[in-house]
Design a protein around this ligand. Structure first.
Ligand code: 13P
Length: 234
């Protein structure tokens, strides 16, 4: 079993998420689909995590039950939708919203204590990549600071920033190299790849031994494209 996750980012409304999920449900209930599927809608479009064939997760939450953190949601808001799956450390939060490693680690600890399934993202910039493999590995290592690698409900996603939203995925060789190194460190933790995964490359990426699944952005936003990805993953 592999994992196929869709990160909606800042796309879709509650209404369109409902339509998307209904379509996905109809597709999945007609067959015995072997992979685990997770959908991460924006906060305003969270649906109750009660679908039989796939899970709903949140893209972000603050390390609090509730309180004064304008613009954020906390445990109380997630509980309303029975959400127990959370993305932490996506590069867009780190790079665009200035989320530090310390902040990622605090979120991790808070939601680990509450037994959330955590999809934890790491990935290097193009500048770091250009400095060579060792710089890339050191950089990725720095993104593990404060993260308990023995937490059983942890899933990693390697998402090189230079491959996100560019239409050009990392090559199979690049993915294999980084994943093989990361696996030595992460042991049995599942490791997904993300960055321009599309219907026409998902199969070959999933065929890499050290790839336990994919985290898809833009190519998952249209249900027809996401269903293509699911079909091609078989
Ligand atoms: P794209 O699939 O659009 O490159 O985005 C990947 C991503 O950031 C998933 O979290």
């Amino acid at each position: 079993m592999k994992i196929i996750a869709s990160n909606f980012k800042t796309n879709h409304t509650r209404k369109s998420t409902q339509v998307f999920c209904e379509n996905l449900k109809n597709f999945l209930q007609t067959q015995n689909f072997p992979h685990k599927i997770v959908i991460f809608p924006p906060a305003t479009a969270l649906l109750e995590d009660s679908f039989t064939h796939f899970r709903i997760g949140a893209q972000n939450a603050y390390f609090t039950e509730n309180g004064s953190f304008t613009g954020e949601i906390g445990l109380e808001q997630l509980n309303e939708f029975k959400i127990q799956t959370l993305l932490i450390g996506h590069s867009e939060r780190r790079e665009i919203l200035g989320e530090s490693q310390a902040m990622c680690a605090k979120k991790f600890s808070f939601f680990k204590e509450r037994k959330f399934e955590i999809f934890y993202c790491i990935g290097e910039t193009l500048d770091i990549k250009k400095q060579g493999l060792q710089s890339t590995l050191d950089f990725l290592d720095s993104q593990l600071e404060g993260i308990d690698l023995n937490y059983p409900n942890l899933i990693f996603a390697y998402e090189p920033i230079w491959a996100i939203g560019t239409g050009v995925s990392a090559s199979l060789e690049e993915i294999t190299t980084i994943h093989t190194h990361l696996k030595q460190k992460l042991g049995k933790i599942s490791l997904l790849y993300g960055g321009s995964v599309k219907p026409n490359n998902v199969k070959e990426i999933l065929q890499i031994d050290s790839v336990d699944g994919v985290l898809v952005g833009s190519s998952s936003w249209e249900i027809s494209s996401f269903l293509e990805i699911l079909k091609n993953s078989l």
